[in-house]
Design a protein. Structure first.
Length: 232
């Protein structure tokens, strides 16, 4: 599909080197989002996909990770379906699994976690509205997307609802990249450590005893990459 695309709408987290594989004549449209900086509102992105397809163009929507896990891929193809526009989906590797693997933190482990929950730290209107009863269940890992801006609020909320303040937690910045940085701590001190490290995102927050395995399983150390464990 990439090699035959007429128009490519690509995100901030998409690997721009992939664009080199597209025809030189293909239209490249940046529609990425960063905190408080959206190239286009989501509704306009969906409308643009419809318009380009109706013009008879072969349209590629290039995202980073898995488009169906906090990537709004479902919203976009829902709009296409409403207009009778056919589409195909090629799933990717979602950030939580990729970042955790490169940080040496298994999301599940027989001695630590038999389940893993993915949640977002940023709701539709910015509100923090999580199912805390589910998140606080024992024997599981919680992976939080888009949690950097609200890290202190999140960690305090875990503790306020009964989580052990010494529960291990980590935040992975630019995971699976050569610029990866990992801050490890507990619910009590992770936010302060992240501030001291001046992380900029994108990030994934991991909460659970699996984080304690990083000390033994940390395998990825690209030359020049920063590690901020509080122990190094």
């Amino acid at each position: 599909m990439l090699a035959t695309a007429d128009s490519i709408l690509y995100d901030n987290l998409a690997n721009e080197h992939l664009l080199d594989l597209a025809p030189k004549t293909a239209e490249r449209i940046y529609v990425g989002k960063r905190r408080a900086d959206h190239a286009l509102p989501q509704e306009e992105i969906s409308d643009l996909l419809v318009r380009l397809a109706r013009e008879g163009k072969r349209v590629l929507r290039l995202k980073g990770g898995d488009p169906f896990i906090f990537g709004r891929g479902g919203e976009e193809i829902e709009r296409l379906a409403e207009h009778g526009i056919p589409f195909q989906v090629c799933p990717g590797v979602t950030a939580a699994t990729a970042c955790a693997a490169y940080a040496g933190i298994p999301l599940t482990h027989r001695d630590h976690a038999q389940a893993c929950v993915f949640v977002t730290g940023h709701g539709r209107e910015g509100a923090l509205d999580l199912d805390w009863e589910t998140l606080l269940r024992p024997g599981q890992t919680v992976a939080i997307y888009m949690g950097l801006d609200r890290l202190e609020e999140l960690t305090l909320a875990f503790v306020a609802r009964g989580a052990d303040p010494t529960l291990p937690a980590a935040i992975i910045d630019n995971g699976a990249r050569v610029s990866q940085r990992v801050v490890v701590g507990t619910l009590a001190d992770l936010a302060a450590k992240a501030r001291a490290a001046k992380l900029r995102g994108p990030t994934i927050v991991i909460v659970g005893t699996v984080v304690s395995l990083r000390e033994k399983l940390n395998w990825y150390a690209p030359e020049g990459a920063g590690q901020c464990d509080g122990t190094q």
